[in-house]
Structures are given as structure tokens and as C-alpha cells.
Design a protein around this ligand. Structure first.
Ligand SMILES: C[S@@+](CC[C@H](N)C(=O)[O-])C[C@H]1O[C@@H](n2cnc3c(N)ncnc32)[C@H](O)[C@@H]1O
Length: 202
């Protein structure tokens, strides 16, 4: 079984019991936006969508809107966070940079408020690309690295031993465009973005 690094010191061990209540307070409309993106993909497919939420935490806030009627998987390195997920969610403990899934498994990969928590962000992006089916979509929601609030969040997270490193949006775009993805950026508010990348059909 995969074990997270420094698991006793991990901030998410402390947050896990309160995480869902905290998450409701900081929700910035991303659940509606992500649901709409997924509906669009659903309309162009006649099969049940296979969705993976990477760094998905407890996964509970997606359950009603995003996971109903879909093949939904939650991957997170933190056992405490996963232990607070609903029973019907398939929760897998693992590292975003090296998952147990075969290549071209998922129609949609979600990564919400999580990428800047990963130690190996580049390796995690490569892994998302590996797991995604042709024509599939990767959806990121995170804090805008250029915003002053994000710099404050980064300092706070680093003081708790987290990487707190936010990938610049142009770097994220370059990474996926080099692999032939198309992209669509949407601002959810002044400090949060939703970035969708669609894989070509090769
Ligand atoms: C702020 S939480 C976000 C949880 C959820 N996506 C949400 O929107 O509420 C970040 C999550 O990333 C997870 N995480 C950090 N590093 C990870 C890694 N290398 N692989 C998988 N999960 C990781 C943490 O355990 C934590 O649950």
C-alpha cells in the first residue's frame, strides 16, 4: 500500500475531519462549472463516462452533481482524507505522479485545488496525460499564480511543509499544447481559474 511522505506531519491529517465543512465555505462556483463541462462531454459520448479526481481529498462535494450515473474514481495520497469519503465512491490511495491505472483509462481527469500540493507537478501532468483517453478532457481548478492572494496562500502552505508552488498558466498551457491538446481558460473570479484541456483523437 502506498504511504504518503511525512504522514504524521501532513496538514491534511489535521484537516480531514473538518474538510467538507471548510470546502463548502471556499467553494467558488467550480462545482457548477465542472458539471457543465462534464455534461458537454457526456452529450458527445454514448457511454458511461469514466472520471478520475486526482488529489480529490474526501471527494464528497462532487458526489451529487458530478458523480451520479458515472464511473467515478477518487485518488489521493492521504488516507485520512479518503477515510471521510462516501462509501459509494471508489477511493484509491496513491500518488498523482504514479497511479495504478492503465494508459487511456479515463474520459475526464479532474484536479481541483490540488496541483500546487503535489511534490512532482510535472510528473503528475505526464501521468494525467498517460491515463486520459483520446478526445478526453483534463480539468484544473486552482488559484491564479499572479494574484496577490495566491502568494499569501503559498506562504501559509509552505509554513505547514506543503510545496505551495503554483504553475504559471502559460506553462500549463505550453505543456499540454506541445502534446497536441486544445485549451480553454475561464476565470471563476479574480483569484481562481478553471482550465480545460482536450486531448486530440490520435
Ligand atoms: C486542498 S486538497 C483538495 C481536495 C479536493 N480536490 C477539493 O477540491 O476539495 C489537496 C489534496 O491533494 C492531496 N495530495 C497532495 N499531494 C498529493 C499527491 N502527490 N498525490 C495525490 N494526492 C495528493 C492531499 O492529500 C489533499 O487531499
Amino acid at each position: 500500500m502506498f504511504e504518503s511522505k511525512n504522514s504524521e506531519k501532513n496538514i491534511f491529517n489535521l484537516l480531514a475531519p473538518w474538510y467538507d465543512r471548510f470546502r463548502k465555505i471556499v467553494e467558488s462556483g467550480e462545482i457548477v462549472e465542472i458539471s457543465q463541462e462534464i455534461e458537454k462531454i457526456e452529450r458527445s459520448n454514448d457511454r458511461t463516462l469514466k472520471i478520475l479526481d486526482v488529489g480529490g481529498g474526501t471527494g464528497n462535494h462532487w458526489r451529487e452533481k458530478v458523480s451520479d450515473g458515472k464511473d467515478f474514481y477518487l485518488l489521493d495520497e492521504n488516507r485520512s482524507m479518503l477515510s471521510h469519503s462516501e462509501e459509494e465512491i471508489r477511493a484509491i490511495q496513491g500518488d498523482a505522479q504514479s497511479t495504478p491505472f492503465k494508459e487511456k483509462t479515463f474520459d475526464v481527469v479532474l484536479c481541483v485545488d490540488a496541483l500546487h500540493h503535489f511534490d512532482d507537478r510535472l510528473g503528475s501532468l505526464e501521468e494525467m496525460d498517460r491515463m486520459l483517453k483520446p478526445k478526453g478532457k483534463i480539468i484544473f481548478v486552482d488559484f491564479d499564480p499572479e494574484n496577490i492572494l495566491t502568494r499569501g496562500i503559498s506562504l501559509i502552505e509552505r509554513s505547514f511543509g506543503e510545496p505551495g508552488t503554483f504553475i504559471p498558466l502559460h506553462s500549463l498551457k505550453n505543456f499540454f499544447e506541445k502534446k497536441g491538446y486544445s485549451s480553454k481558460l475561464k476565470r471563476l473570479n479574480s483569484y481562481m481559474y478553471l482550465f480545460t484541456f482536450q486531448k486530440n483523437d490520435a
